[in-house]
Design a protein around this ligand. Structure first.
Ligand code: NAP
Length: 402
């Protein structure tokens, strides 16, 4: 009797697969950017048993925590093998068709995901588990050239123009041999020697990409992960805005406010806020705008951000982070002044934090996002004691992004 098995597919990928079946229009092709200010697309490649799956998870964890949208594109060859395609066939015509289709599928998957990422309204990272050039490592140069002709794209388009960076994660078989295993991937069958050779071939096809990073195998896998995360930080640094600062007053647990009000009334902090922001631009979420007793804030350019199709009077209104960042492009210094949603959304772009650290804990329903000490240097820290007008001790701190 035949046994029927039902494979459960992730709904996002069912959607993606159906989109990929449609042909991209020329206009959609034009959206195949390697990065915009909002979307950064990178490739993770490397030989067998490089630790990519764990590394992918850690990248997702880290960037989602700081408010990014992270999209992980699965390895197209694995999807094809699981669907029944045979990359080991001796039928050269069938193999050509399989490799070409897999590449076209990969490109379409990347392009459609870029559209979704663009629409997310958040800074977004697309991480491709292998990219277009990986295909070239598994065939003769002449076949690769025929594939490029068949799909109408050359190596510059496939290698240099599509991805902001390529991270080649070396196989464990190159330096951490004791950890080389076939057990954690059912599609893997290579001996350590073959793994090293495959690793070399994969590196060779990406050579020439303007932002190629090689992550060596380490005995301690945590070190390897750290290297990847640090490299990634360097890669996406340019999207950060040198002129973008944040200013906030927080309690000891990073509390920001309660019931759309500030934590407490501290005249000395309001004066500090005024001194720092006067003459500059302040950006705020619409809930913070609503909470202001007097608006707009005088002597400042006021920009309010809302997703709703509304325009607020007495200020400039924008409807996305991208538009807000465009508005402040030429400015000397612009300030995100809250609230919690805005701090979270803009933290990845900010270069400077002005934090008033209030020496108390408060009942709160909104919090400032976690501040990673490895990313920020404390440059100023001024203690101010409480007095009859100001109920709490506090510190005026300035932090600069490393
Ligand atoms: N301690 C401090 O220094 C400080 C400073 C400022 C504010 N606060 C406190 O923070 C609290 C308010 O924070 P909050 O997070 O509730 O509000 P908020 O950040 O001021 O505004 C949130 C609003 O921004 C809009 N928005 C959300 N995502 C967006 C996106 N991707 N693009 C464009 N707009 C988007 C939404 O408005 P729509 O629904 O209109 O789309 C959302 O309701 C209050 O308690 C306030 O007192 C504290």
């Amino acid at each position: 009797m035949l046994k029927k098995t039902k494979k459960v597919c992730c709904p996002v990928f069912v959607e993606l697969l159906s989109l990929c079946l449609k042909k991209l229009t020329l206009f959609e092709r034009a959206l195949t950017l390697k990065s915009t200010r909002m979307v950064t697309k990178i490739v993770l490649t490397g030989g067998p048993c490089a630790g990519k799956s764990t590394i992918l998870k850690r990248i997702k964890e880290k960037y989602e925590k700081i408010g990014w949208a992270v999209y992980m594109l699965p390895e197209s060859a694995t999807l094809f093998i699981e669907a029944g395609a045979n990359f080991l066939t001796s039928d050269s015509k069938l193999l050509f068709e399989t490799e070409k289709s897999k590449l076209q599928f990969q490109l379409a998957m990347e392009d459609y995901m870029a559209q979704i990422a663009n629409a997310s309204g958040k800074p977004a990272l697309i991480v491709c588990d292998r990219g277009a050039m990986d295909t070239a490592a598994y065939m003769d140069r002449s076949v690769w050239q025929r594939i490029q002709i068949a799909i109408g794209m050359n190596e510059t388009a496939l290698r240099d123009d599509r991805y902001a960076a390529v991270l080649h994660i070396c196989t464990a078989a190159k330096g951490a041999e004791d950890f080389y295993t076939l057990l954690n991937n059912k599609c893997r069958s290579e001996s350590p020697e073959v793994a090293r050779e495959v690793d070399d071939r994969l590196l060779a096809v990406w050579k020439g990409h303007p932002n190629l990073h090689v992550i060596q195998a380490e005995i301690d896998f945590e070190d390897k992960i750290k290297n990847v995360l640090n490299t990634l930080d360097q890669i996406i640094k340019p999207v950060k805005m040198k002129n973008l600062s944040m200013i906030a007053a927080v309690g000891q647990n990073l509390e920001l406010g309660y019931k759309n009000q500030l934590l407490c009334h501290l005249p000395i902090d309001l004066k500090h806020f005024k001194t720092i922001t006067s003459g500059h631009t302040v950006l705020m979420g619409d809930r913070t705008w609503e909470s202001l007793p007097k608006k707009p804030l005088p002597n400042r350019r006021n920009i309010v951000i809302t997703l709703d199709d509304v325009e607020f009077p007495d200020c400039e209104t924008v409807h996305s982070i991208e538009d807000a960042l465009k508005l402040i492009e030429g400015e000397e210094e612009a300030f995100i002044m809250g609230g919690a949603t805005m701090y979270k959304l803009f933290l990845p772009y900010a270069n400077k934090l002005y934090l008033t650290r209030i020496a108390s804990q408060f009942t709160a329903d909104v919090y400032f996002p976690a501040i990673n000490d490895e990313e920020w240097t404390l440059t100023e820290d001024e203690f101010v004691a409480k007095d009859e007008k100001n109920e709490y001790d506090l510190n005026f701190q300035t932090l600069i992004r490393r």
